[in-house]
Design a protein around this ligand. Structure first.
Ligand code: DGL
Length: 269
């Protein structure tokens, strides 16, 4: 395939600020690649949606975004969405789609005890896709699944409004600790892209745990696909990062500050 020179643009799609954890990993590895974040704020939280309705909603939303913006590659930066919509989305659009799904395989490789926590939204925990990942890559492990209804909204509010997180984090710890195998749990999969944004708080509350997220693996996958597609980047150019927020709520001062600190511009849409 012949190489062509242009600024590559990767769309990073999520219901909210979870896109930022995945985008940060991609930007670290590929600073020359332009990133367009789309946060479907009005659709948040995806973890509570019925699978079929979520699939239809995301396919329609992405169709609209792609009709207005040129994009070379799409990262579905949401476990709750990827575990439901990937087949339908890949049928609908022609650009490559990288899905973020629970990092069960690396967690199973890392765990010494074989007792692994799965921290996700209720949607991700209940999906057949997730059950299949466990069967394929962690059949010999004991999985302690916590489908938290509150943690993704708490992280969203933490970034949007600086809202306190402690009570919700303690509930998460309590949910894990009620399992009879909790004392042996040495690894937890952060199977929601919002959660790496509070990994520090989680590891303070629950020390001596390997916290596994998908960011770096996704960044490597994006790099691999860029090479495969023959799309060359402009190495001397630090590409821009911008965000589109879909929804009625005006951007908060706290989120604006977070984005500015990370050199992410706010795009009117
Ligand atoms: N970031 C989403 C994920 O990875 C969760 C947030 C939501 O429920 O919309 O699952």
């Amino acid at each position: 395939m012949s190489a062509r020179q242009h600024t590559l643009r990767v769309l990073i799609f999520d219901s909210g600020v979870g896109s930022l954890s995945i985008g940060a990993a991609i930007h670290d590895l590929l600073p020359e690649v332009e990133l367009l974040y789309v946060m479907d704020h009005d659709g948040f939280p995806y973890g509570e949606w019925d699978e079929a309705k979520l699939t239809a909603h995301i396919c329609a939303t992405i169709e609209q975004v792609l009709s207005a913006h040129h994009v070379d590659l799409l990262v579905m930066a949401c476990n709750s969405a990827s575990t439901a919509v990937l087949p339908a989305l890949r049928k609908q659009i022609t650009i490559p789609v990288v899905g973020v799904v629970p990092a069960i395989k690396p967690a199973a490789a890392l765990s010494q005890s074989g007792v692994i926590g799965l921290l996700a939204t209720p949607g991700t925990v209940s999906r057949p896709y997730t059950a299949q990942l466990i069967q394929d890559f962690a059949a010999n492990c004991q999985i302690i699944a916590v489908g938290s209804r509150e943690l993704a909204p708490a992280v969203e509010n933490y970034i949007w409004h600086g809202q306190e997180l402690d009570a919700v984090l303690h509930k998460v710890k309590t949910a894990f600790s009620q399992h009879p195998e909790f004392a042996h749990m040495d690894t937890v999969v952060l199977a929601c892209t919002h959660f790496p944004l509070v990994a520090k708080q989680l590891s303070t509350l629950m020390p001596n745990i390997n916290w596994v997220d998908s960011g770096q693996a996704i960044a490597r996958r994006v790099a691999f696909l860029i090479e495969q597609l023959g799309l060359t980047t402009m190495p001397d150019k630090l590409a821009t990062q911008s965000v589109i927020i879909l929804g009625e709520e005006p951007i908060s001062a706290s989120l604006r500050c977070y984005l500015q600190a990370n050199n992410i511009h706010i795009n009117a849409g």
